[in-house]
Design a protein around this ligand. Structure first.
Ligand code: GLA
Ligand code: ZN
Length: 671
């Protein structure tokens, strides 16, 4: 089923209200331009009051009424929160936490992902729903469960983990070798001797190979829950796309793996009020990367306040519109919210909604949402499916994330996402579009590949980088890279392991600086002059190839004078290494250098604080411009040599464009 408009709407929790509430809500939805609502996410208890009793009639009426009012449904299976009778009757389906404690019923996403009972009931209700609604014209999308991510440490999971390991490693000897179990005499002789991570055996921090595989296994376990429902729904309605919402940008599940199995990626965007716009932009780009550049859905965002942050700051006038446009600018084909109507009790009673506790439309938030609704309806389907063309890629790898942050030493302050964000921000400020790729993706269309903090190098990836650079690509990596294989075993022969020959360096050792300590990087003339501060980790680097050049050297300590930024020509390309954690000013200069050397150009030259991007499809090219500036800004569109039309107002946009704070534009290039 082809999407023909930007989805606008979001979570509606009808089971919390008497049915007559629709009489009030539907007209308000229409006033706000809502064209899709997500339900019944948490209604399992109402849909299945007991083991053999289903009760769908109320949902039938609800779907029909919404559909008659011109509103489509993102139909969710209710399997994120099982009914209390189920937990009571089958307590083994409740998850066990890492301390070994079985949870009691309550909250949500509160099931063991390997529970056979959960699988039985969740697939049965998916079957009922598929059968009943699979051909209903209102259903535009399937939404399976909600925010997967539970880790469980129960005996059933332990049993399944052993099976999973058997499949992965085949023999116990191989497992012992890959996990290096000779360390501290952990060798096992029988699969049943394998113990899952637990606070009580401290494996969580102290034995990374187990910890890493447990994370992979938990990704697969959650994925199996999703896939079991997916397969059923697909049988009933092969043409309806199936998604699930990723909770923000979470570490628990390998989303690159998970999203191979969804038809369209979807995520919940809840930035902190202190998040810089580049951080939010980066997460959107990561979401686009999950399906190799295809548009995705922003399934949730808060209309204004959240309830779960320590200080639930309101969105300022214009802010909601801007983060909605920001999502679309990066590839979202929906603007969706949690939630349509505010709850009267429970933890979310102060979470904002389209319809607030006041119950009418005369609120600031409603007016702002209705304005966005009008604008999206003016846009119609023009931008749907449009893609971003990028010549610069960032590698992102969940296993690497787990391995870096699960590792003991050299510094407890190492954060993968933080390092990626620093370099991403360099490109963002210069308005260069970025694609996120996985180790499996094809790199051939890119001129630049950045892989900050690439601690784990998976089999075959170094060769991929080698070919990429040989054929003219520019590769950038940073300190503490090339250290381990996919089982977190150190690659022998000197760091950065498999990347050594490409970079033409040897890292003899790595210093960890305390937060109050710093070093400095001194530029050696062209391209870097002057001095920049650095900290966190300092690799002690030797140049090992005659053509590796030091571009900066350390200014202090016993390794003063040794290289901290290097570049090596390799084949037709270049490989850069940044051996420490520099201040942003350096990253900005380095990114500037890469951009000019590789001939990357922004679609629009605009000051920092103005975000721009381009999406294109068969309808044309769309230029997105958003202001995060505090002052008015003038952008000269004539630099592009093109004429534009504002697709919301229909007005021409040429020459000088005045952009006020919070302003958002989508301009279509005129041919
Ligand atoms: C998540 C959930 C929603 C809701 C929101 C509140 O994203 O998916 O059900 O609880 O958080 O912010
Ligand atoms: Zn379990």
């Amino acid at each position: 089923m082809k999407q023909n408009r930007i989805y606008y709407g979001g979570d509606y929790n009808p089971d919390q209200w008497p049915e007559e509430i629709l009489d009030q809500d539907i007209p308000l939805f229409q006033k706000a331009g809502v064209n899709l609502v997500t339900l019944p996410v948490f209604s399992w208890a109402k849909l299945q009051p007991s083991e053999d009793e289903y009760c769908f009639e109320w949902l039938d009426r609800m779907i029909d009424r919404l559909w008659e009012a011109g509103i489509s449904i993102c139909l969710s299976t209710p399997t994120a929160a099982q009914p209390a009778w189920m937990s009571r009757k089958y307590p083994e389906m409740l998850p066990v936490d890492i301390s070994g404690l079985r949870r009691t019923h309550g909250k949500r996403v509160n099931f063991c992902p390997n529970s056979k009972i959960y699988r039985h009931f969740s697939t049965r209700i998916a079957e009922e729903m598929g059968k009943r609604y699979g051909k209903h014209p209102a259903v535009a999308l399937w939404h399976v469960a909600n925010e997967y991510g539970t880790y469980c440490y129960c005996p059933q999971c332990e049993k399944e983990f052993r099976q999973w390991l058997k499949q992965r490693y085949k023999t116990i000897e191989e497992l012992n070798a890959r996990w290096n179990l000779a360390f501290w005499g952990h060798t096992v002789y029988d699969w049943d001797e394998i113990v899952i991570p637990s606070e009580r055996n401290d494996d969580y921090r102290f034995y990374q190979p187990v910890y890493l595989d447990y994370r992979r296994f938990m990704t697969d376990s959650n994925l199996n829950c999703f896939r079991a429902e997916y397969d059923i729904l697909k049988r009933y309605s092969p043409e309806i796309p199936i998604t699930t919402n990723i909770s923000g940008f979470i570490q628990q599940l390998d989303q690159m793996k998970f999203c191979k199995y969804v038809d369209i990626a979807g995520w919940d965007n809840y930035p902190w009020p202190t998040d810089p716009p580049a951080r939010v932009a980066m997460k959107h780009d990561l979401m686009r990367g999950l399906k190799h550049g295809k548009p995705y859905l922003m399934i949730e965002q808060a209309p204004s306040q959240q309830n779960w942050q320590p200080y639930n700051v309101q969105k300022r006038p214009g802010e909601l519109r801007r983060i909605s446009y920001q999502a679309m600018a990066h590839g979202a084909d929906s603007v969706m919210y949690f939630q349509m109507r505010q709850s009267i009790a429970g933890v979310e009673k102060f979470h904002s909604a389209l319809i607030s506790h006041a119950g009418h439309e005369n609120t600031r938030v409603f007016r702002e949402m209705a304005q966005i609704g009008r604008e999206l309806s003016a846009i119609g389907g023009q931008t749907v499916g449009a893609v971003t063309k990028s010549q610069a890629a960032f590698l992102f790898d969940w296993d690497n994330w787990w391995a870096v942050e699960g590792s003991n030493g050299p510094s407890k302050d190492l954060r993968y996402l933080e390092q990626v964000e620093k370099y991403y921000t360099g490109f963002y400020k210069r308005h260069i579009p970025i694609d996120f790729v996985s180790v499996e993706d094809d790199l051939s269309g890119y001129k630049v590949l950045a892989a900050p903090l690439l601690y784990m190098v998976k089999p075959g990836f170094a060769d991929k980088v080698r070919n990429f650079v040989r054929e003219g690509g520019t590769f950038l990596t940073t300190f503490f890279s090339g250290i381990t294989d996919e089982n977190d075993r150190v690659t022998l022969g000197g760091y950065p392991g498999e990347l050594s020959d490409i970079l033409g360096i040897w890292v003899e050792e790595t210093d960890a600086l305390r937060p109050e300590q710093s070093n400095c990087m001194k530029g050696l003339g062209t391209p870097f002059q002057g001095s920049f501060s650095c900290g966190l980790l300092c690799d002690v680097v030797h140049l090992t190839a005659p053509d590796t050049k030091a571009l900066c050297i350390y200014g202090e300590d016993y390794y003063k004078g040794s290289p901290c930024v290097t570049c090596r020509p390799y084949g037709d390309g270049y490989a850069y290494y940044v051996a420490t954690d520099p201040e942003p000013r350096f990253i900005d200069e380095l990114v500037g250098l890469l951009i000019s050397e590789c001939g990357l150009a922004p679609a629009l030259d605009a000051p920092d604080g103005i975000e721009t991007s381009v999406r294109e499809n068969e309808n044309g090219r769309f230029l997105y411009i958003l202001s995060f500036q505090k002052e008015d800004t003038i952008i000269d569109l004539s630099q592009t040599g093109k004429h534009f039309r504002n697709i919301v107002t229909g007005q021409k946009a040429e020459n000088k464009l005045l952009i006020k704070p919070f302003d958002c534009y989508i301009l279509k290039e005129e041919i």
